[in-house]
Design a protein around this ligand. Structure first.
Ligand SMILES: *Cc1c(COP(=O)(O)O)cnc(C)c1O
Length: 369
């Protein structure tokens, strides 16, 4: 039996007819940029997350950049100011800080949850620190109960990277409503994924920031041919917005199926060589990724592949070891390095069948280190 890591076609197939209706609606409207679909998606996603504002943008990286540029436009951050980021994350969280002209300051994660460790944040705060950027990695929230009070103590903004956590919650509050602003990616592989293109959004309760980002995504223009800022072209496509509205209406149900699959894995996998994921306190996990840790990771991946099971490594090279961050080459982030060396993601998604899960569990249990 073959179990693919994630098959986008299988995930989207149940929605094909609804997507076709959505695309037809856009075609027939004759309005192809920043129209009714973007407006409706923004309202629906803001209501879902529980924030007053949502601004659709072109992708998740831009969502992060535009939040930081928005704060710069408001005079709250300046070139060279520092933003605390996790040392283990997808590189985009860190690239955004660099792209916005700010300085990313990596802080190590908690080895059990892989999320930014609040106990290590204060030692990284300097007079130039302006924000903490926790990433809700793999589908569960960072320890926001620990992070937000530290931010308040030092007057820092909290910017959530919610690219992997659509529908997750911490203490009953949804990802995207836990800080001052949040970036969301709708890359097709995410839990709330666009189809045939990129998409992203910012959610916030800050009216001034939402207004600045609305302008920044559209050449910095607040009204037609009037430019407040040196802005970007980073708009959410009308067609992607129309299809995301379909996808959003099924998000809770699809996250529920991911939860069932994760529950099966957690109950079924018994192998002392395989470290299972831990759900952090007060967290509702949406299992974007089911990552386990194995000492002989590459041999484990080859073994699963021989057994027809697809896996992906999220992520093989830590940010401070990337050529793009050559200036960090001599730094040591031992927890992040250990995670990057041992982590491997098992098949996960809303379309994983019972038989597929059983095949994964049997193969993982039969692995001998
Ligand atoms: C996917 C992802 C991003 C970037 O989103 P894009 O839409 O691909 O630009 C940022 N941060 C994290 C943690 C991600 O997983």
């Amino acid at each position: 039996m073959k179990v693919p890591f994630l098959d986008y076609r299988v995930v989207n197939e149940p929605h094909f007819a609804a997507y076709q209706d959505a695309i037809r609606r856009v075609l027939e409207s004759g309005w192809y940029i920043l129209g009714k679909e973007v407006e409706a998606f923004e309202a629906e996603y803001a209501a879902y997350v529980g924030t007053p504002y949502c601004v659709g943008v072109a992708n998740g990286l831009d969502a992060l950049i535009l939040i930081l540029e928005g704060y710069k436009a408001m005079g709250l951050m300046r070139d060279g100011d520092e933003v605390i980021v996790p040392s283990n994350t997808y590189i985009a969280s860190i690239l955004a800080v660099s792209r916005a002209g700010l300085t990313p300051v990596p802080v190590e994660p908690d080895l059990s949850t892989y999320e930014l460790d609040p106990a290590r944040i204060e030692e990284a705060v300097t007079p130039r620190t302006r924000a903490i950027l926790p990433v809700h990695l793999y589908g569960q929230c960072a320890d926001m109960s620990g992070i937000v009070p530290i931010a308040r103590k030092y007057g820092l903004k909290v910017i959530e990277d919610g690219a992997q956590s659509h529908g997750a919650a911490h203490g009953g509050v949804k990802s995207g409503a836990l800080g001052d602003a949040a970036a969301h990616s709708f890359y097709p592989g995410k839990n709330l994924g666009a189809v045939g293109g990129d998409a992203g959004a910012v959610t916030t309760g800050d009216a001034e920031l939402a207004g600045a980002i609305r302008a920044l995504r559209n050449y910095g223009s607040d009204y037609k041919y009037h430019n407040l800022y040196k802005g970007y072209n980073s708009r959410l496509d009308e067609i992607q917005a129309a299809m995301l509205r379909v996808k959003l209406s099924h998000l809770d149900e699809e996250n529920g199926r991911r939860r069932e699959a994760a529950a099966d894995y957690l109950a079924g996998i018994h192998n002392s060589a395989v470290v299972l994921p831990v759900v952090g306190k007060a967290n509702e996990h949406v299992w974007h990724i089911f990552a386990v840790r194995v000492r002989r990771r590459d041999a484990f991946q080859a073994y699963l592949s021989e057994n027809g099971i697809g896996t992906v490594i999220h992520y093989p090279i830590p940010p401070h070891r990337q050529p793009a961050y050559a200036e960090w080459r001599d730094r040591r982030y031992p927890i992040s390095e250990k995670i990057h060396a041992e982590v491997i993601s098992l098949p996960m998604g809303p379309a994983l069948t019972r038989m597929e899960r059983e095949a994964v569990i049997a193969a993982v249990n039969a692995w001998q280190e």
